[in-house]
Write a protein of this length. Structure first.
Length: 461
């Protein structure tokens, strides 16, 4: 039986009303913690895990319910966190996974009002036909089917008040997120600023239109990729009109009976797309969840939603991809120097702290560069992502690691790491085997050979 999604007839659109909703959710979470501590104090040690799981379940449902009603920054944050299954406790991961597809859409009167305010015309003048029910509801906006001159279109309409309240939303969401992740605000302020900047960019649909067209043009020579055409006369700060593309979202394609050869082919297209962006364009699609990719009937990989993109400066590119150099694993001095350059090791760190960080970095580099070292990598192997999850879970509970103070790492790494983790996760879902660093592959991805390309072309030793 299909799941029925109820529509919202209103959305809190003023910063004050949204702050009140989030503050109420924070209060619920706080009260649940007080109940938990009280129950734990009078319960045997053997019951502590069950009590904590119950706490996480109740809080996760309360947080997601609030985030999904408010949409915008809170729901986008849930969507981002859901990409990494190991970043959150299981109850939160399960709830937040809904953010990729299942946000309740807004009702037709609210959508009509937004369209007519943006273009100063009735909807009937903008499109020959417009479907009132949303085809998809997401974090920043929802998508409707429309027709114009016989062409089937996708019309993305931004939720009211999202852009204006993004900063205030994130300020109130921050303590809830810190509680979920077990982090200190002072240590991640630079990362939070980076996320805020990108989320604000996502509310600018004029920017998304420009990014979509530029990246599509720059990737036009990559085979078997498709991007939607846009219609600028029906686009604005809060509305985007583009071709409707039929196809299976990548997770549904992965769950189908597709042949292994086709899984490998689609996986290779996806890998080449990201390598071309990162190593060639130095600008990339930074929202790699499965709903942003379709496989159509022609076997093309269709790329959607360029609201979240990130450019890479030459200086950061050199520092980030220096970690692909196999010599770092053989030289403690070179590895420590690279970690210092990326602000992972801080000037205030003592010998024990440096040793701890270096040890964890060595383990992470060895794991995360396996696909590149292999030359051809089988993402079907469950041990790769499982080891990644287990390492993350171990680190999340490592008291010594959690005691390390200071703002570590470069803020620019947030989205490049998100892109690679998302890419690895998608390829694992596809159960694909792909060529990761062959000579021909690298020639496709970059017109100018930098340090990362030279390491990759040598096969990382």
């Amino acid at each position: 039986m299909a799941t029925e999604h109820l529509t919202q007839d209103s959305i809190r659109s003023t910063p004050l009303s949204r702050m009140a909703e989030l503050a109420g959710t924070g209060a619920k979470v706080g009260l649940n913690y007080l109940k938990y501590y009280g129950q734990r104090a009078v319960s045997p040690e053997s019951a502590s895990k069950a009590l904590r799981d119950d706490l996480d379940d109740v809080n996760a449902r309360a947080v997601y319910e609030s985030f999904s009603k408010l949409k915008g920054g809170p729901l986008k944050l849930a969507q981002m966190l859901s990409i990494d299954e190991n970043l959150l406790p299981p109850a939160y991961a399960a709830q937040f996974a809904q953010a990729q597809y299942s946000a309740p859409p807004l009702s037709w009167p609210l959508v009509r009002r937004t369209l007519e305010r943006e273009f100063n015309q009735p909807v009937e003048s903008l499109y020959d036909r417009f479907t009132p029910e949303a085809a998809h509801g997401a974090s920043i906006g929802q998508v409707h089917v429309a027709y114009r001159d016989g062409q089937k279109l996708a019309v993305k309409v931004q939720y009211p008040g999202v852009a204006e309240s993004m900063r205030s939303d994130l300020r109130v969401v921050k303590p809830i997120a810190l509680q979920m992740l077990g982090l200190r605000e002072v240590d991640i302020a630079h990362y939070f600023t980076e996320v805020e900047t990108r989320l604000l960019e996502e509310t600018n649909y004029v920017r998304e239109l420009q990014q979509s067209r530029e990246i599509a043009s720059a990737c036009s020579k990559l085979p078997n990729l498709r991007f939607p055409n846009f219609y600028p006369d029906r686009c604005s700060n809060r509305v985007l009109t583009m071709d409707w593309i039929d196809g299976l979202t990548l997770d549904r394609y992965a769950a189908s009976d597709a042949l292994q050869s086709e899984r490998n082919r689609i996986g290779q297209i996806l890998w080449d797309f990201y390598m071309h962006q990162i190593h060639g364009l130095k600008r990339f699609h930074a929202d790699p969840h499965p709903g942003n990719f379709l496989v159509n009937a022609d076997g093309q990989l269709c790329v959607l939603d360029f609201g979240c993109t990130r450019s890479i400066t030459p200086e950061f590119y050199a520092l980030q991809f220096a970690f692909l150099n196999p010599a770092l694993l053989d030289s403690a001095d070179e590895l420590e120097a690279a970690l210092r350059a990326m602000d992972v090791i801080l000037p205030t760190d003592g010998p024990a702290q440096r040793q701890k960080v270096t040890h964890l970095a060595r383990e992470s580099i060895e794991l995360l560069t396996r696909p590149f070292r292999a030359g051809r990598f089988d993402f079907t192997d469950p041990s790769f992502l499982r080891t990644m999850y287990e390492m993350g879970e171990t680190n999340r509970q490592d008291r010594e690691l959690l005691s390390l103070r200071g703002a570590r790492g470069r803020a620019e790494s947030v989205y490049i790491n998100r892109a690679f983790f998302g890419l690895f996760s998608l390829l694992h879902r596809l159960r694909a085997e792909v060529e990761t660093c062959g000579e021909l592959s690298m020639q496709r991805h970059s017109s100018n050979q930098g340090p990362a390309q030279s390491f990759l072309k040598k096969g990382l030793g």
